[in-house]
Design a binder for this molecule. Sequence first.
Ligand SMILES: NC(=O)c1ccc[n+]([C@@H]2O[C@H](COP(=O)([O-])OP(=O)(O)OC[C@H]3O[C@@H](n4cnc5c(N)ncnc54)[C@H](OP(=O)(O)O)[C@@H]3O)[C@@H](O)[C@H]2O)c1
Length: 289
Amino acid sequence: MANKILVTGATGTVGSATVKALSSLGAEVRAGVRSLIKGDNLKRLPGVETVELNFSRPENLAVAFTGVGAVFLITPFAQDQVEMAQKLIDAAKGAGVKHVVRLSVIGADAEPSIQIGRWHRQAEEYLKASGLPYTLLRPGGFMQNFVNQYATTIKENNVFYQPNGEGRAGYIDVRDIGAVAAHILMNPSEHAGLAYTLTGPQALSGHEVAEIFTTVLGRPIHYKDIPEDAARTAMQQQGLPDWMTESLLELSAITRAGYTSGLTSTVQEMLGREPHTFQQFVEAHKDCF
Ligand SMILES: NC(=O)c1ccc[n+]([C@@H]2O[C@H](COP(=O)([O-])OP(=O)(O)OC[C@H]3O[C@@H](n4cnc5c(N)ncnc54)[C@H](OP(=O)(O)O)[C@@H]3O)[C@@H](O)[C@H]2O)c1
């Protein structure tokens, strides 16, 4: 019987949060992982099995999708993410999957959008055209980006640098994205054909984020707004490819311009509880900073 819920990119930030949320709801979960060794921790959760799922290996796709009822389709921030998503949608269709929940991005439906949004829109359109029942999740910037991108400078120098000016963002904790995704995947037919924009509870500027870090960590943490050119040079020095540097700078440009400050109440409406605050996020990850 096709009752398994497959999560692709399951070792990633959103994927692992979703696998945990599904496991706690008693789901039968198949965690699609590029490396079985890396997926070892997930396998220890109740109801979770892992399957090798490298998107460039067609033989992996066929096995991973067998017996799957619903899939949470996560692809990485990569230049070929649209092709990856298309391959996965084709595989889902071929295997007779009944519902696809797609991790997209806030503003994917906006015209003309930025590169990240346009890539996601292409994947969304391919999914819609596939005829598969679908739900789209469009989250704002992740709070967990601060662990992945700024933990070192915060820990070592009590500062984080962003070319975001005084722009605000409705950062969301990926634990809430995972909980919403799990909620939908357990009852997908109720959410068929719908798109949900997900944000956290507050739109925060860099200085407000720094104040929260200061309060929780008990030492002064500073936000430094830097010019776009300085951010470009820093990213180039870190070895980021040009496409990634320019995509991230576009994101900062729309943040500076005030386009990322909108909030939604979707998490509260869907889960019946408030989304995590930035303060709760920092408290949960104190050791990283
Ligand atoms: N960061 C944000 O603020 C933000 C906001 C809105 C939307 N998004 C969207 O969220 C998505 C990224 O989610 P995330 O942050 O959870 O990603 P992530 O942490 O970077 O994880 C990516 C996952 O994809 C896997 N993966 C990468 N290449 C693969 C391949 N060729 N075959 C199989 N698996 C592969 C990775 O496996 P390994 O662990 O083996 O590398 C990992 O499990 C992107 O679509 C992004 O646009 C991000």
